[in-house]
Every structure is written in structure tokens, then in C-alpha cells.
Write a protein that binds this ligand. Structure first.
Ligand SMILES: Nc1ncnc2c1ncn2[C@@H]1O[C@H](COP(=O)(O)OP(=O)(O)OP(=O)(O)O)[C@@H](O)[C@H]1O
Ligand SMILES: [Mg+2]
Length: 231
């Protein structure tokens, strides 16, 4: 299976008053098409930072990240935005829906970046996904009229609508009751398997993590295999 995401010796440090603080020092990862990996680790260890870099939304301080064999950081801002919308689905730790758009429009945001997607089939898929997460009667609602968990479900549908090669999910079930969390976790894994997507999912939930075939944890700025429950 082709490698969807390759991180090689990736480091990230942030400037601080006392000098740069290293958050990630040496992250190595190869994620292939159809593979699903859960990532755990204590709060503040750099999980969201890792995912943002994998999604080209943050830039590594050192090391190499390749997505589908390409280095996206050499692209112009416009082409990078298109690359991202075409190949990467992202479920953020906070939902990041646009308040002025309704549910269906929010799910269709990845189509707005100007690359040629088939709009009718994307809209059909958006409605199917919203149905799968129990939101088919909410298409015209604005995010402000939804509960936190409902917003998160919309964000999951947005990440899946264009059948990305790489799916990155940051605590996708953090705001959900256990039953809905189970539905979302299964949806992510099922859709990834159906489409041959590479899935990287940050979670503190042991039950979500144990449903993944592979589990890793961030320790001292590195990614290591986790055999037992996550933090
Ligand atoms: N843009 C930034 N500037 C400075 N420091 C940052 C920045 N982004 C993240 N950090 C720091 O990097 C560390 C890791 O943050 P990150 O959000 O990746 O943690 P996390 O593992 O996702 O935590 P949580 O489980 O609470 O979501 C934190 O100490 C945070 O303050
Ligand atoms: Mg985080």
C-alpha cells in the first residue's frame, strides 16, 4: 500500500521568553493507505501540534514531512490550500465550523477552494454522511443552533466529504456521550477502510483507542508504540 504520510525526524519548537521550547523532537511515522493509528499522550505533549503539521497547517522546525510522496511546503499558498482540501480531511479539537453557514454548507466547505470537485456527488455524499451521524434533519441549521456534540459530528462529515487520502482527527469524540462517540469512532474507521484512507486519530478515550488496529503515544517528543491503554 502506498505511503500517505511520512514524517521523518520531525521536530517542532516554539519561541518563548527564555528561548525556544522544544515540544516535539524526533517524530518518525509512516502511515499507509488503509492504516488507522490512534495517538495518545498527556495534555500538552504535542498531539495537536503533530496533527497540524501532518495536515500542513503548521510547519515543522526540523525534519521532513511528505504527503502522498510530495513536499507540500514548496507549494504556493493557493496550491497548498487546494492540495489540502483535495487530499486531507481534518477534524479539529474545536470544531471550527463557520457560524454564518448552515450545516450542509459547512460540510461542503472543502469544495470552496477552487479545485474541480463534482458538486452534485459531493452534496449527495454530504447528505449521506449527515444521515449516518443522525443529523439529516439539521441540514439548514446554523452551528449556533446545535449542541457541541452535534457540531463535532458536522465537523467529522466535513472532513470526510471529499474522501481524503489522509484523515486527521483531533479528539473527535471529546464532546460526545459514549454512544455517539462509538458511532463517530466507527464511522471514521469504516470510511477510512472503505476508501483506503490513512487515518491518524488523537484520543484520550481508551474505548476509541482500543478500536484502532494500531496505537501510539507521544513520549518525550517522540512517537512510540503503545501496547496498553492510552493516557
Ligand atoms: N503556536 C504556539 N506557540 C507557542 N506554544 C505553542 C503553540 N502551539 C502549541 N504550543 C505549546 O506546545 C505544547 C503542546 O501543545 P499541543 O496543543 O500540541 O498539546 P496537546 O498534546 O494537543 O494537548 P491537549 O491534550 O491538551 O490537547 C503546549 O505546551 C502548548 O502551549
Ligand atoms: Mg490537543
Amino acid at each position: 500500500m502506498p505511503i500517505v504520510l511520512r514524517m521523518h525526524h520531525v521536530g517542532r519548537s516554539f519561541d518563548a521568553p527564555g528561548g525556544p521550547v522544544s515540544i516535539l523532537s524526533h517524530v518518525d511515522l509512516e502511515l499507509r493507505s488503509g492504516e488507522a493509528v490512534a495517538i495518545g499522550g498527556p495534555s500538552g505533549c504535542g498531539k495537536s501540534t503533530l496533527l497540524l503539521m501532518a495536515g500542513t497547517l503548521d510547519t515543522p522546525s526540523s525534519g521532513v514531512i511528505e504527503i502522498l510522496g510530495e513536499n507540500p511546503w514548496i507549494l504556493s499558498a493557493n496550491r497548498l490550500a487546494r492540495f489540502r482540501n483535495q487530499h486531507i480531511g481534518f477534524v479539529f479539537q474545536e470544531h471550527r465550523l463557520l457560524p454564518q453557514l448552515n450545516v450542509l454548507e459547512n460540510v461542503l466547505i472543502p469544495l470552496l477552494s477552487g479545485f474541480e470537485a463534482d458538486k452534485p456527488s459531493a452534496e449527495k455524499r454530504a447528505k449521506e454522511l449527515l444521515d449516518r451521524v443522525g443529523l439529516k434533519d439539521r441540514l439548514k441549521h446554523r452551528p449556533a443552533a446545535l449542541s457541541g456534540g452535534e457540531r463535532q459530528r458536522v465537523a467529522v462529515c466535513r472532513a470526510l466529504v471529499l474522501q481524503p487520502s489522509l484523515l486527521l482527527a483531533d479528539e473527535p469524540t471529546g464532546n460526545l456521550d459514549p454512544q455517539t462517540a462509538g458511532v463517530i469512532g466507527k464511522l471514521l474507521l469504516d470510511v477510512a477502510a472503505e476508501n483506503g484512507t490513512g487515518l491518524l486519530c488523537v484520543t484520550h478515550s481508551t474505548s476509541l483507542a482500543t478500536s484502532f488496529p494500531q496505537r501510539m503515544t507521544l513520549e518525550d517528543g517522540r512517537l512510540v508504540k503503545a501496547d496498553l491503554g492510552l493516557v
